[in-house]
Design a protein around this ligand. Structure first.
Ligand SMILES: Nc1ncnc2c1ncn2[C@@H]1O[C@H](COP(=O)(O)OP(=O)(O)OP(=O)(O)O)[C@@H](O)[C@H]1O
Length: 251
């Protein structure tokens, strides 16, 4: 379970990215974060794995409070949080398999990681994950030569290599065509169920949130203004989420 309470993030220029944000997320589910541009979706996602440090509130992952963890303890907890990016963040000259293996760098020594010293078990696991995302035949192909949808599936397999509890996805389908979008969203949903993961996705497309999410968080001007299932996402609720900030605050 991931429970966030009273989370507040103010940027150094005084801009308030998150204001008293709270919600809970259950394992085995997909949560979509939606809201207008500048609402705080990226700030929220980055706060959840402490790429940003909010100044107040709690982020409770299992029995660990993350917001105030010192760096060493934070590194350990971060291993439980995989990240998937809009632009994939793959090392293009390396094979798909090598990219997936990079997912276990967090639990290796620096030297072993730099030398690419992976165990037989790790290589087997990386191959199994590539098969799970439908890319078993592409294991030795350079990541740079794969299609966008295939690259994102390598990114997902790399995140899974960490054996995470949570996968954070920052607009993972923004660069994909409709067919690849459907493949990637279906894959994320299947992985959430099969591996009992919490998958949290920043999305701009409301129709995808409706189709794939079990849980939707609507953000407006740094606040959570909707926290419910897709069935509750009425036109009125949507208008509230996408309202101009002052309307959302008083709606
Ligand atoms: N490094 C920063 N310094 C100052 N303000 C920032 C910084 N990063 C974000 N902000 C501000 O915080 C607010 C939330 O930004 P954030 O990027 O989280 O929004 P978003 O909902 O992800 O937007 P988009 O959908 O356009 O990506 C915005 O007003 C933004 O201008």
């Amino acid at each position: 379970m991931l429970t966030v309470s009273h989370l507040t993030k103010t940027y150094p220029n005084g801009k308030r990215g998150l204001i008293d944000v709270g919600f809970s997320i259950a394992p085995g589910s997909v949560t979509a974060i939606i809201g207008p541009s500048g609402a705080g979706k990226t700030t929220l996602l980055r706060s959840l794995n402490r790429l940003l440090t909010p100044e107040a509130g709690e982020i409770q992952l299992g029995n660990q409070e993350m917001r105030q963890l010192p760096p060493r303890a934070l590194r350990l907890v971060r291993r439980q949080i995989g990240m998937i990016f809009q632009d994939y963040n793959l090392i293009e000259p390396l094979s798909a398999l090598e990219n997936v293996l990079h997912g276990c760098l967090g639990r290796k020594s620096l030297a072993a990681g730099m030398l690419g010293l992976y165990t037989k078990e790790e290589k087997k696991q990386a191959l199994t994950l590539l098969e799970e995302v439908g890319l078993g035949d592409y294991a030795l192909q350079k990541a740079g030569s794969l299609s966008g949808g295939q690259k994102q599936r390598v990114g997902i397999a790399r995140a899974m290599m960490q054996a995470p509890q949570v996968i954070l996805c920052d607009e993972p389908i923004a660069s994909l065509d409709p067919a690849s979008t459907h493949t990637v969203m279906t894959l994320l949903k299947d992985l959430a169920i099969q591996h009992d993961l919490m998958v949290i996705i920043n999305l701009h497309q409301v129709d995808l949130a409706r189709e794939f999410a079990d849980h939707i968080l609507g953000v407006n001007a740094g606040r959570i203004v909707f926290d419910d299932g897709p069935a509750a996402l009425s036109d009125e609720a949507l208008a509230h989420i996408y309202a101009a900030p002052e309307e959302a605050a008083y709606g």
